[in-house]
Design a binder for this molecule. Sequence first.
Ligand SMILES: Cc1cc2nc3c(=O)[nH]c(=O)nc-3n(C[C@H](O)[C@H](O)[C@H](O)COP(=O)(O)OP(=O)(O)OC[C@H]3O[C@@H](n4cnc5c(N)ncnc54)[C@H](O)[C@@H]3O)c2cc1C
Length: 396
Amino acid sequence: MSDKYLILGSGIAGFSAASAIRREDPSADITMVGAENEKTYLRPLLSKTDFARFRKNNIYAAKDNWYEENRINLIKGRCVTEIDRDKHIVKLDDGTVRPYKKCIYALGASCFVPPIPGKDKKSVLTLRTVRDFHNLRRKAMTAERAVFIGGGIIGMEMAWELHKMGIHCTILEAAPRLMARQLDEEASERLRSHIEGIDIECHTGVQISELTGEEAVTGVRLLDGRTFPAEIVVLSTGVRPVIIPAKESGIQCDRGVLADEYLVTSDPDILTAGDCVQCSIPNPGLWKFAKVSGDTAGYNAVHTDDMRLFRVGNFPVILTAMGIGLFASGSTQEEDGIIAEVSCFSHSEDQNHMFRVNHNECGMQTYRKSFYRDGKLCGIVLMGDISEMRNVPVTF
Ligand SMILES: Cc1cc2nc3c(=O)[nH]c(=O)nc-3n(C[C@H](O)[C@H](O)[C@H](O)COP(=O)(O)OP(=O)(O)OC[C@H]3O[C@@H](n4cnc5c(N)ncnc54)[C@H](O)[C@@H]3O)c2cc1C
């Protein structure tokens, strides 16, 4: 009889695990369960797709017949309610039960909603799923003003999409500057002035007091009394790993599902992958981590006597919004022991000749800041033309 592999979650981590299991064990019996009524799709595209041009068929991770061809039994629109580790079964919300020999827990993350008064009012939205996307698009059709709480990449990408529809957008960020974790102060300031230059309002270092309105939201009030009227408020304030089914079954969890360097949880028959993982490599909640960990967990579920260490290189951040290219990778803060070197390139006179100019003369064509530790490149920020990112090392 073939081995039964059960994958919980049909995001990219689950999908990569299923692909790896099929590659390593052609006769495996593979089932993948997901709460969304969708095949696996490219989640990052939800905030990078023109609302008017969005077609669901363009965002799927594989062709329709991939599941059949690879003999992957995909159960869509069903929630995992319980993992019974003694019996090696998983219960779903329709009362059915699925057995496993090896299970991959890849339930991802969900949007964090901070406890702001008024957060439950109508038209206070988050973006994680295709359904959220449709909801946001529908509300955007009639809105004139939108406020984005959280000035991270996803918040900025969404603000850009709504701005293109003619909606007045305001970004409110609690940190003193934009993308504070990914960009040094100077790059952050350049980004901010670029955004304000295209008429998107941007306020940093703010503290939210409440979301105003009766049933539906009418705006955001800050602790300092300022108010920002809006028909839509989007919360883009980070994510939290989905750990409840694991925790309730007795699998060790902390912020995420705890795993060793092979992505095995505290139960040797359950591995984990994706946004829900907490292991020795800090989880950035990014696509590459989810995809590589899914592949590793799938491989290790098959090769239990010869497992592969989970290894993944840098996590570059790419912003494709606001009419600007932005790329950041590695250590990008001027802290102790790190020396930064700025250069700007202009293509204006000769398209093929990029020339270096003094830092203070930068006219914002392409801005590059390289960071060195002990004389060795350890990080880089590119703004403007980011094609050079192809030459940035995968690991520093
Ligand atoms: C709008 C947006 C833009 C992004 N842009 C980028 C980007 O530009 N670059 C980048 O690197 N990353 C980006 N990310 C992050 C990236 O998409 C995630 O890191 C990645 O999708 C995580 O994959 P995953 O499979 O671990 O989790 P998920 O994609 O969250 O998949 C988990 C699945 O499990 C399902 N599930 C949860 N609970 C249950 C349950 N009880 N029963 C059954 N199923 C359940 C969920 O519904 C979901 O379908 C973006 C994310 C979003 C939301």
